[in-house]
Ligand binder design. Structure first.
Ligand code: ATP
Ligand code: MG
Length: 377
């Protein structure tokens, strides 16, 4: 076990790294963050911030020399970086888990190969593959770039071959998957923690509402049958087992109108839809990441109250800043800001949670607060 007082390395300086850093430092660990941005949200919370590229020799030497273990908040860390660090200390999750999940082609094949369902998909690496792929999907599809997509970026809804070709060209012909557009009843996600000995534990299932391809609201517990929730947890654990995953990861699912649960994607890190765990569970997903990285026992994942999490995008800032009073005057609302200097439309600036014994009340209150935060609201 790596005990408090030890130094942990975090690859990536975004808000997920920031919340990990807070959890780790709260427990008495030192944290070094590596991120090229000199003003990164996590870097400013850390004991030390190396602002260098993820493959920078000097920075990796510093991490190797100081860290008892290294983890990540960002799936696009080069595998080579993880391999190099793994020669010196435990790196959790592993380079291979990241490699599988950072590319949609590898990820979807992996999910299918272990026998779990996904939306129908075809690989598109060359323009000639588009017509047969559209034919095979047969209906409205979504062309998604295989690597470096997030928050719905790098995705085009396409109705026919012409539109798919135009979308492929708009993405400069990078490798893509063409995916059937699913008739959604709802979307849910599961955060799962898995330890070195193979034991795993799932958090309560979250129901996720998206707006413009970006997560908007998570509702916990998800308003789905317990059978569906149980199936989602079971599938998340199977995926974690098959990846031989150590750490905290999340699985996003589509629930179709026919009642079928499809795996959308895997995030090899804590997840936006798991932020509710900070305010509403005994152990947050970030403390759990610390525990898994350090080889400590699991923390209790019990939900203490129904909760609704609402993301705060840069849009809410307008030309100035949100009307914070509207949120702060509600004693059941918990504000989290990530310390990003510039509020741009679509940029995740923070989130808030509303806790109430009634999920419906929490949801209504979250809606009201959000509408009052925006200038003019
Ligand atoms: P993130 O990493 O932020 O979750 P992403 O860019 O990786 O986003 P996806 O999860 O693939 O994107 O898609 C974003 C959202 O777009 C989904 O949560 C869902 O609402 C919608 N969407 C994506 N693919 C499909 C599909 N095949 N059918 C129906 N809706 C879809
Ligand atoms: Mg997604």
């Amino acid at each position: 076990m790596i005990l408090p007082g030890a130094t942990l390395g975090m690859l990536g300086g975004g808000q997920l790294g920031r919340m990990f850093t807070v959890a780790a430092r709260t427990m008495g660990y030192r944290v070094i963050v590596l991120d090229p941005d000199p003003d990164s949200p996590a870097g400013r919370m850390a004991d030390e911030h190396l602002h260098a590229a993820y493959h920078d020799d000097w920075a990796l030497e510093q991490l190797a020399r100081s860290c008892a273990a290294v983890t990540t908040e960002f799936e696009n860390i080069p595998a080579e970086t993880l391999h190099r660090l793994a020669e010196h200390c435990p790196v959790r999750p592993s380079a291979s888990a990241l490699e599988t999940t950072q590319n949609r082609i590898r990820e979807k094949r992996f999910i299918r190969d272990i026998g779990l369902a996904t939306a129908a998909f075809e690989v598109v690496e060359r323009e000639e593959q588009i017509a047969p792929a559209m034919q095979a999907i047969g209906g409205t599809a979504i062309l998604k770039r295989a690597a470096f997509g997030y928050d719905g970026k790098g995705q085009y809804v396409v109705e026919n071959v012409e539109q798919a070709v135009a979308a492929f060209r708009a993405m400069d012909g990078v490798p893509c998957v063409l995916e059937q557009r699913v008739d959604l009843a709802c979307e849910v996600s599961v955060v799962v923690a898995r330890a070195e000995d193979g034991e795993s534990l799932c958090y309560p299932v979250a129901e996720n509402l998206h707006r413009n391809g970006i997560l908007d609201t998570s509702i916990v517990p998800a308003r789905v049958d317990e059978a569906v929730a149980g199936q989602a947890r079971e599938m998340a654990r199977r995926l974690a087992d098959a990846l031989d995953y150590i750490g905290v990861m999340a699985v996003e699912f589509f629930l179709t109108r026919q009642g079928e649960l499809l795996v959308n994607e895997i995030a090899p890190r804590p997840h936006n839809s798991g932020h509710y765990t900070i305010d509403a569970c005994v152990t947050s997903q970030f403390e759990q990441q610390v525990r898994m990285v350090c080889g400590l026992p699991f923390g209790d994942v019990r939900l203490l109250s129904p909760v609704v999490m609402v993301n705060l995008l840069g849009d809410v800032w307008g030309d100035d800043r949100p009307h914070w009073e509207a949120l702060l005057k509600d004693p059941s609302a918990k504000l989290h800001l990530y310390g990003k200097r510039e509020a741009r439309p679509g940029r995740k600036m923070g989130h808030f949670c509303v806790l109430d014994p009634s999920l419906e009340v929490a949801l209504e209150r979250g809606r009201t607060i959000l509408s009052r935060l925006a200038p003019g609201g």
